[in-house]
Ligand binder design. Structure first.
Ligand code: AMP
Length: 430
């Protein structure tokens, strides 16, 4: 199918051409007709599937063909992070270049001038507002904003928004909007809490599910089985034999990201850290440098890396095994885009072996284990079950086969997760 089969105006088609879009992706093919028919929709699709255009194109078409209030906000698009809001805004700019639709991006971390631009857009009635929930609420608290013209509400990466603790913020905003509107929700996963949210704010939605993408075969996946204190040596050794070029190293914690970037720099490598504690200006600066090749290694946490759209990454390194299988798939999906070849290497210490095994189980295959060089020393055996027994918390050690205690050990991770989320929420509350 081609985009010509949609009833888009010539001006919108020009935008598509300028963006080099020829054929719709599956999520676009399935979602666009539903939005054009003014139905609510919940679409289960990840970043990289073309989900942004799947809602922007029909939204623009509907705004152009239906009567819309000129000096009022007509649509709100909510996204969890500044980076994602920025990316939506950039695509919006591309598609709407030839059409008379105005938009404003409302996210935090920028200067007072940007605040004024956002306030202007909100109070004067930009047609489309692309916002992070926290920042939009800050404006709502300080200015009188007229939402009576809203006909469209779009939630992008809804699961991530809930994970970051934005449920209450979203609901506060939704309560200010007219109930007679079209609501569109995108989510990479469909847990119960997303279904609940959908029940609360969508009306008889149609559901689209784009199958959870397994990593393409063009990604060469491998792992080092090692001790924690060997990880740094492995990285240094890797880059002593080959010059790093467009590499992303993922680590779970900001502190680790900062330390790693520093150590790599001290070792003469061109690396920068990317995490949510950085000011917006610094983040933009790091991303720009990485995009145009002035730095070769980006050391990043998941939270900022998710949704970032950078092509031709040659190597992804997981400094730690990601907690969730989805995060693994998502991280390594940053490489081998657009049918290029890519490599993904995961460093697995004893405590992480069991988690890594879960990833192998999900993929349905064994990932190649690269032997350590003699300089780095002996590695632990890869025996996830035994390692799990050894590293289990003493309190749970003798009980882990009882279902009762399995249940007991759950809240520990959940609490930790909640703490992380709380932290994230604070960081992103603007
Ligand atoms: P998204 O999943 O919306 O983040 O999109 C991922 C990337 O694919 C972005 O760089 C888009 O510009 C690009 N893209 C999305 N849809 C198409 C399409 N139909 N044709 C070509 N590129 C696309």
């Amino acid at each position: 199918m081609t985009f010509d089969e949609f009833p888009f105006s010539e001006a919108l088609k020009e935008g598509l051409q300028a963006m080099n879009f020829e054929q719709p992706t599956p999520v676009q093919e399935q979602t666009i007709p539903i939005i054009l028919a003014h139905n609510d929709v919940i679409s289960c699709a990840q970043t990289g599937t073309g989900k942004t255009a799947a809602f922007l194109l029909p939204l623009l078409h509907n705004l152009l063909t239906d009567n819309h209030a000129e000096n009022k906000i007509n649509a709100i698009i909510m996204a969890p992070t500044r980076e994602l809001a920025q990316q939506i805004d950039q695509q919006m700019e591309g598609f709407s270049y030839f059409v008379p639709i105005s938009s404003v991006a409302v996210y935090g971390g920028n200067d007072s001038q940007a605040w004024d631009v956002q306030k202007n857009g909100l109070t004067k009635g930009a047609d489309v507002v692309i916002a992070t929930p926290g920042r939009l609420l800050s404006h709502i608290n300080l200015s009188k904003i007229d939402f009576s013209g809203i006909k469209y509400l779009i939630l992008d990466e809804a699961d991530r928004m809930l994970d970051m603790g934005f449920f209450d913020d979203i609901m506060r905003i939704v309560k200010l909007l007219p109930t007679d509107r079209q609501t569109i929700m995108f989510s990479a996963t469909m847990p119960e809490k997303i279904r609940q949210l959908a029940k609360t704010i969508l009306k008889s939605p149609q559901e689209i599910k784009i199958a959870v993408a397994r990593p393409p075969d063009s990604i060469m996946q491998s792992a080092y089985i090692c001790y924690e204190n060997q990880k740094l040596q492995i990285i240094k050794e890797l880059f002593s034999t080959q010059e790093p070029n467009r590499v992303i190293i993922f680590a779970g914690k900001k502190q680790r990201v900062r330390e790693l970037a520093l150590i790599l720099k001290k070792n003469g490598l061109s690396a920068e850290a990317m995490h949510s504690d950085l000011e917006q200006r610094q983040r933009d600066d790091v991303m720009l440098k990485f995009r145009n090749g002035r730095i070769n290694i980006l050391v990043a946490t998941d939270i900022v890396a998710r949704g970032i759209d950078i092509d031709d990454i040659t190597l992804i390194i997981n400094y730690e095994v990601p907690r969730e299988v989805e995060d693994y798939v998502h991280r390594i999906g940053r490489t081998a885009r657009a049918e290029a070849q890519g490599m993904a290497i995961t460093l697995v210490d004893e405590k992480e072996q069991f988690r890594f095994k879960r990833i192998e189980d999900f993929l349905g295959k064994t990932i190649y284990k690269i032997p350590l060089s003699p300089q780095i020393g002996a590695a632990p055996a890869y025996d996830p079950k035994v390692q799990r027994e050894k590293t289990a918390h003493p309190k749970f050690k003798n009980h882990k086969h009882s279902s009762r205690n399995k249940g007991k050990s759950e809240p520990r991770t959940q609490n930790k997760k909640r703490d992380d989320k709380q932290h994230l929420h604070q960081k992103h509350a603007d």
